[in-house]
Write a protein that binds this ligand. Structure first.
Ligand SMILES: Cc1ncc(COP(=O)(O)O)c(C=O)c1O
Ligand SMILES: Nc1c(O)cccc1C(=O)C[C@H](N)C(=O)O
Length: 411
């Protein structure tokens, strides 16, 4: 092998992020490469959630809407997410799920381009992005969807862009392959065609230093690299230039200009607050905010450097092992997020056999094995152990055991 385990340990000893790992409660004996699906539990999270339950809810009760800042959680939490995506204060609102925020973004942005009736959607995007666009178009009527294949670097985009296109929705990092799109260049291209650009940042926030830049709107989740917990509040970014023009079609009372005036008719709040809808899940915000304490202390350039080094190391080690895996992730570290994916016709049982050996990745149809490298809590030695286990599972055909063929409900 190109590098020894001892050399990986030496890399860990020099890692500027090495102490951040202690912030996480990681089960022993596990190499957790699923942080791109559900991030690990920060040690401080249980205490923060317990405080919200026992003191804010249990003692101060309803007063906590004011005294504990519950009412303002969507904005205050959004302001803490903002630096992670290159946005400023008052530009990000935390709440709802990514799916709901996609619906709000798409239906809110389409009227900005009257007369244009086409939404460009990526065939390889995460399905919920496509499903929500399909639902929005069906609900609005008179719009149509133009699908592009993202495969070779969004090759279809140029041809799809015409003077009938109102809006383009894309993910910055492809969930299957981990390919990273040039957000600034694609946004420019879409704007030159006169359309609105909406980005899904689910697989990029916390994985790469995101710059929303000229993007019109963006959405993302916080339960992957941001470690906010299962089902943690998602977020929506609305560029300041659009905030007064974009309408929130799910116009609930939390986005009203005067919610406690209990007026019969909706009037939107100013700024990003108008994208709020209903009561925030306060306990989930508590968990997310505990994790954001950690993000506040880390330098995103160090996160990116470590992510690129770890993913490169993993790829080199798997190369050296001489398996029949096909790398699905770009080899150039500048062109990938923080995951490494391989194609293998029996990827599903391979991933299950690996999990039995303590290396947790996942599988995405039709043939993609994904290994996410969350730089806050993974070590170089983890990349080494994972590559070694993967090579062993393939070399010794360990995945052929029939118990690995059975599909789990959630994969
Ligand atoms: C790109 C992308 N968009 C959206 C989602 C999910 O959306 P939601 O938070 O609504 O489940 C995911 C993952 O679950 C995703 O990878
Ligand atoms: N959001 C998830 C869920 O609710 C259940 C299971 C997995 C997830 C995920 O996040 C999957 C992830 N977006 C993916 O890229 O496949």
């Amino acid at each position: 092998m190109a590098i020894t385990r001892a050399e990986c340990q030496a890399l860990d000893a020099r890692d500027p992020l090495r102490d951040v790992r202690d912030e996480f409660a990681l089960p022993p004996g596990i190499v957790y490469l699923l942080g791109n699906s559900l991030g690990a539990l920060p040690r401080r999270t249980p205490e923060r959630v317990a405080r919200t339950v026992e003191t804010e809810w249990g003692v101060h009760m309803g007063a906590s809407w004011n005294t504990a800042g519950w009412w303002d959680l969507p904005e205050s939490t959004g302001d803490r997410i903002a630096p992670l995506i290159g946005a400023g204060p008052g530009q990000v609102l935390a709440g709802d799920s990514t799916s709901v925020n996609i619906f709000k973004a798409v239906t809110g942005a389409l009227p900005l381009r009257p007369g244009r009736r086409v939404v460009v959607s990526d065939l390889d995007n995460f399905p919920t992005d496509r499903y929500v666009v399909q639902g929005a178009v069906a609900a609005l009527g008179s719009y149509e969807i133009r699908d592009i294949g993202s495969g070779a670097g969004l090759a279809g985009l140029e041809d799809a862009l015409g003077d009938d296109v109102a809006l383009v929705l894309l993910s910055q990092v492809d969930y299957r392959t981990g390919a990273l799109r040039d957000m600034a260049a694609v946004t420019r291209q879409v704007h030159e065609a006169g359309a609105i650009m909406i980005w899904d940042l689910c697989h990029s926030a916390g994985a790469v230093p995101v710059e929303v830049g000229e993007a019109d709107l963006a959405v993302g989740c916080t339960y992957k690299y941001l470690n906010g917990g299962p089902g943690a509040p998602a977020y929506i970014y609305v560029a300041p230039r659009h905030q007064e023009a974009v309408r929130n079609v799910i116009s609930g009372w939390h986005g009203h200009a005067a919610p406690f005036a209990f007026e019969p008719d909706y009037r939107p709040a100013t700024g990003v607050r108008r994208f709020a809808t209903g009561s925030p899940p306060v306990l989930s915000y508590a968990a997310l905010n505990a994790s954001l304490d950690i993000w506040e202390r880390v330098d995103l350039r160090e996160v990116r450097a470590k992510s690129q080094a770890m993913t490169s190391l993993f790829i080199e080690l798997v190369d050296d092992a001489g398996t029949d895996l096909v790398l699905a992730t770009p080899r150039d570290p500048e062109r990938r997020g923080s995951q490494v994916s391989y194609r293998h016709p029996d990827g599903y049982p391979v991933v299950r056999a690996l999990a039995d050996r303590g290396v947790v990745g996942d599988f995405r149809e039709p043939d993609v094995m994904r290994f996410g490298f969350a730089p806050l809590y993974l070590r170089y030695v983890d990349a080494y152990d994972a590559a070694t286990a993967l090579a062993e599972v393939l070399r010794e055909d360990l995945w052929r055991d029939e118990r690995y063929a059975r599909r789990l409900t959630v994969t």
